[in-house]
Design a protein around this ligand. Structure first.
Ligand code: SF4
Length: 534
């Protein structure tokens, strides 16, 4: 616990991390002692310790895991690049002293396949590279080469923040700029940012703010990119939002898979605090490997020290959010754009866009393209334009067969729909959505059905389990999808039930890739082609 500071139950996950970092696992007697210190029932600590995938709970008399874990990503991009085969090879090659786990997306899809040795990512991994990292004792990722506080400030950074802070810049003018830009929530939901700011500001004080850097959607790595290159642009946007909306405290939730970025952010926030000591409290919270915590209310539960289970709404987070207070919740990238939009004007941002759409989008592009990576370009660009203009074309020897336009949850489109504008709202006629703009491109070497099965297994693994259609439906669908010929009627009915009756977006979106296969790739699963989809 923290010397001189009373232990707080909401910091439970932080304490669990410390225990595991120190002792290599979570042991039953340690959890009992922690429960006593926090004045919680043991069951409350146990249920949290066993909910999150990154915690290794060891029951009384149980055996601790090996000291070193190598995690091998087997989500979409890494699966296409041989992630599962790599994990199998490593499991025999590294021996019993090293635990090899197949894990969901680690946020580095542009360098697939990826293995993580301790906390050291091995990019474009093969068995030799991973074995060398294990043998050389590489365990920690080096700090990224980001623009630090002094450099950012010297280049004009934080002038806007100082203007907002001093009152020289009217808060209403800031909101008007966001409105003019048409800035929407870029974590995936696409809710207009200006409307969100107004609606939280209209709630009674005290109000809180929660920042979501939990990007766990397979295929998404844009937040990592922004944090690793220009973190203060995000921090400045966050401070401006906090001041305009009038919040009393800020919590930043960052995924456990980004330890170097977490350290970087902690250092830079200290620097910011030294400059402006009267800022509201800012707490950095570490996720623990639960995809569902990217859902805003699940993230809030997690920050409160509980299992990351999405809440029923209403009430909405903007009304009753973190610690019961009205809460402004934003994804990192949404805040990253605030400074540029306010300085250059909403019209500047809205002047980008093509095919009738407005603004800029950050596409995380991975899969069978020559140059995967984060592409910042026009909203409304088509996949064909994106690949040709920004990704160096397809990988040699590969032809476009299909793509995920919005990570694992956004559905799958075939090559013949490569000219559809990519943006919020444009993909609904095809049963797809853009979400966080994670584009995973695949070729004739891949099978849409296998990728959809990969996605469904991922959702089954990540379901928080609190509602039956999602918990049972994802597991059952994953089983059914193994059959050489799919039972289209049963899968469609199952998918509808999950969409209609699941509490949160995970269960509602989980059937999308499966339904896309039935609709656009029926030849792969022995299903009849749907009318109108020729
Ligand atoms: Fe949990 Fe799935 Fe229900 Fe969401 S839909 S609340 S992840 S069980």
């Amino acid at each position: 616990l923290d010397a001189g500071i009373a232990p707080r139950a909401d910091r439970l996950i932080e304490y669990l991390h410390r225990l595991q970092d120190t002792h290599g696992a979570l042991f039953a007697d340690h959890l009992a002692a922690l429960a006593e210190a926090l004045k919680l029932a043991r069951a409350e600590v146990y249920e949290v310790a066993t909910f999150y995938h990154h915690f290794d709970f060891v029951p009384a008399g149980g055996e601790a895991p090996p000291a070193l874990t190598v995690r091998v990503c087997d989500s979409l991009g890494c699966a296409m690049a041989g992630g599962a085969e790599l994990a199998a090879t490593l499991a025999t090659r590294l021996g019993a002293d090293v635990r090899v786990q197949r894990v969901p997306c680690v946020g580095r899809c542009d360098s697939a396949p990826v293995a993580v040795v301790g906390q050291q990512p091995v990019l474009q991994a093969d068995a030799d590279k991973v074995a060398a990292a294990v043998a050389n004792g590489e365990r920690e990722e080096a700090a990224p080469d980001a623009i630090r506080f002094d450099a950012y400030r010297a280049a004009g950074g934080y002038q806007l923040w100082e203007a907002v802070r001093s009152g020289a810049r009217d808060p209403e003018a800031v909101i008007i700029a966001l409105d003019g830009a048409g800035l929407r929530g870029l974590g995936g939901a696409g809710f207009p940012a200006a409307r969100k700011w107004r609606s939280v500001a209209a709630q009674p004080a005290p109000r809180n703010m929660a920042v979501n850097i939990d990007e766990g959607e397979p295929g998404t790595f844009k937040d990592r990119h922004y944090l690793a290159t220009d973190p203060h642009r995000f921090i400045e946007g966050m401070l401006i939002a906090a001041r305009v909306v009038g919040v009393s405290g800020i919590w930043i939730y960052i995924r456990d898979e980004y330890p170097a970025l977490r350290r970087l952010l902690a250092e830079e926030l200290e620097r910011v605090r030294a400059e402006w000591p009267d800022l509201p409290p800012i707490e950095l919270r570490r996720g623990a490997g639960a995809y569902v915590c990217g859902e805003e209310s699940a993230m809030i539960e997690s920050i409160e020290g509980k299992r990351g289970m999405p809440r029923l709404r209403p009430p909405y987070v903007a009304e009753v959010g973190l610690f019961g207070r009205p809460t402004l919740e934003h994804n990192l990238e949404t805040l990253w754009w605030v400074r540029d939009i306010v300085e250059r004007g909403g019209d500047w941002f809205a002047s980008f866009g093509r095919n009738g759409r407005k603004g800029l989008r950050s596409f995380s592009v991975s899969g069978r393209v020559a140059k995967p990576g984060v592409v910042v370009t026009d909203a409304g660009i088509t996949l064909r334009e994106l690949i040709t203009e920004h990704c160096g074309g397809m990988l040699p020897g590969h032809e476009l067969y299909g793509y995920f336009p919005g990570g694992a949850s956004g559905g799958i489109l075939p090559a013949r729909l490569a000219d559809v504008p990519l943006d919020f709202d444009t993909l609904a006629p095809y049963g797809c959505f853009i979400g966080s703009a994670a584009i995973v491109v695949f070729s004739q070497d891949d099978k849409a059905r296998l990728l959809a099965e990969n996605a469904m297994k991922f959702f089954a693994h990540e379901s928080c389990g609190q509602c039956t259609p999602c918990r049972v439906g994802t597991a059952k669908a994953a089983e059914l999808m193994k059959a050489p010929e799919w039972d289209a009627g049963l899968l469609t009915e199952l998918g509808r039930t999950m969409m209609d009756a699941s509490i949160c977006g995970l269960g509602q979106a989980a059937p999308n890739p499966m339904q896309s296969v039935l609709r656009f790739f029926p030849q792969e699963v022995g299903a009849a082609k749907e009318e109108g989809d020729a």
